[in-house]
Write a protein that binds this ligand. Structure first.
Ligand code: MN3
Length: 241
């Protein structure tokens, strides 16, 4: 089949098997992939220098995290996709949303390394070298959902602190337009059908030890309060829309 026919059938397939429909779900989930990339994947440059988040996150941690960990997810994802030519033109977002469609021999690789690539690309984009004050509009939106900004901060950081083992803490926009805090183990994310809560990620904090161990060792609570000063609230607000 030619490329145009293939794309048309891929689009029909994706639309035909979307996540559970609910009010607003189509515009949240179909229109634009958050990370519009397809195979072959490449490690994106950070949007700032490695030392930009110091002293909260030290240069060496950022470099190892980006080149070592994130780079490893990218190359392993490419290895898995080498064996899946019919999935090479599918956006990464959709590979993760449709994990059940991936042949079982490669599914765990795509889940772990595709998730790893997606999560880290997203994570770098919601960090800011400078400390940003959330806008009045964002504070109002958050307060409507969580009672107050302080309550939101407390609930988010407490959830991250208590997450057992390696994983991520997220703020997501669910298909019915609600903001919700959730966690995923390993490199899972809220786009995946295996996630406890599904939705559009608008904020994420990596709570794998590799994100903080060189500087903070086991003191996850110190890492969390330091990285909270480097959230790109403008980007979070734009993602909430
Ligand atoms: Mn990480």
């Amino acid at each position: 089949m030619d490329r145009r026919t293939f794309l048309a059938s891929a689009v029909a397939w994706l639309i035909g098997t979307r996540l559970s429909a609910g009010p607003g779900s189509t515009e949240l989930l179909i229109d634009e992939p958050l990370i519009p990339q397809t195979y072959p994947y490449r490690l994106p440059d950070l949007p700032y220098p490695y030392e930009a988040l110091e002293p909260a996150i030290d240069r060496q941690t950022m470099q190892v995290h980006h080149q070592g960990h994130h780079g490893g997810y990218v190359s392993n994802l490419n290895k898995a996709l080498e064996e899946l030519p019919s999935f090479q033109t599918v956006y990464l977002d959709d590979l993760l949303r449709q994990l059940n469609r991936i042949p079982t021999a490669q599914r765990t690789m795509v889940r772990n390394h595709g998730g790893g690539h997606w999560n880290h690309t997203f994570f770098w984009s919601i960090l800011s070298p400078t400390t940003q004050e959330p806008s009045a509009n964002l504070q109002r939106r958050i307060s409507e959902a969580f009672g107050s900004w302080t309550a939101f901060r407390g609930q988010f950081l407490d959830t991250a602190l208590k997450l057992f083992g390696s994983g991520w803490t997220w703020l997501i926009l669910t298909s019915d337009g609600k903001l919700q805090i959730t966690t995923t183990p390993n490199q899972d994310n809220p786009l995946m059908p295996v996630a406890e809560a599904q939705g559009k990620p608008v904020l994420a904090i990596d709570v794998w030890e590799h994100a903080y161990y060189l500087k903070y060792q086991n003191r996850r609570v110190e890492y969390l309060s330091a990285i909270w000063q480097h959230i790109n609230w403008q980007r979070v607000e734009a993602l909430i829309g």
